[in-house]
Design a binder for this molecule. Sequence first.
Ligand code: FNR
Length: 187
Amino acid sequence: MKIIALVGSLRRDSFNMQLATTMKDRYKDKLSIEVADLRALPYFDQDEEQNPPQVVKDFKTSIAQADGVLIVTPEYNWSVPGVLKNAIDWTSREDKVFIGKPVMVVGATPGAMGTIRAQLHLRDILSSPGIQAKLLPPASNEVLVNFAAQKFDASTGRLVDESTLNFLDAKVNIFIEFIGEVKSLNV
Ligand code: FNR
């Protein structure tokens, strides 16, 4: 299954990018995860939505062709980072490539709350008319990695906390099943 990952942090040593990289490696037998380059996207401009820059067209095509989308994001000021919102806004106009697309949301933070407010805002955004992504309820598909500094190995840049990895494994399996279910409903 082909998955596009959107990472909401541009920081060099981002825990969220490390989480995305961990997932790309760990699930490579089940999922082909490609991390999108959100830094390359210009600011959304409604004057350009009908014929956006090629980098935007390519980004939208990569989502359209994916079986699912993985969003890995920090929380900025109790919400979604602008770089992620900007990317999502491009997808919500003209060819609305998120409609019906299975999405899994995960996040990591050095703090205690595990990006919960950002994830809840994101779920609202992903339900808006131009997006209409398909998400499982948080109770069955929510991953909040808190106290990240203790759970990632600074030298390898990978998530190493065993219980978090086991939890993640279970949620990824649920997401894979969900992608299959959504596909079977769409055919
Ligand atoms: C933060 N951080 C943060 N943390 C949190 O739990 N709730 C919040 O509302 C915020 N707000 C916030 C705003 C801004 C502008 C920054 C830069 C940071 C802290 C944030 O979780 C921390 O910097 C993470 O390490 C960012 O994720 P990456 O870059 O490690 O992936």
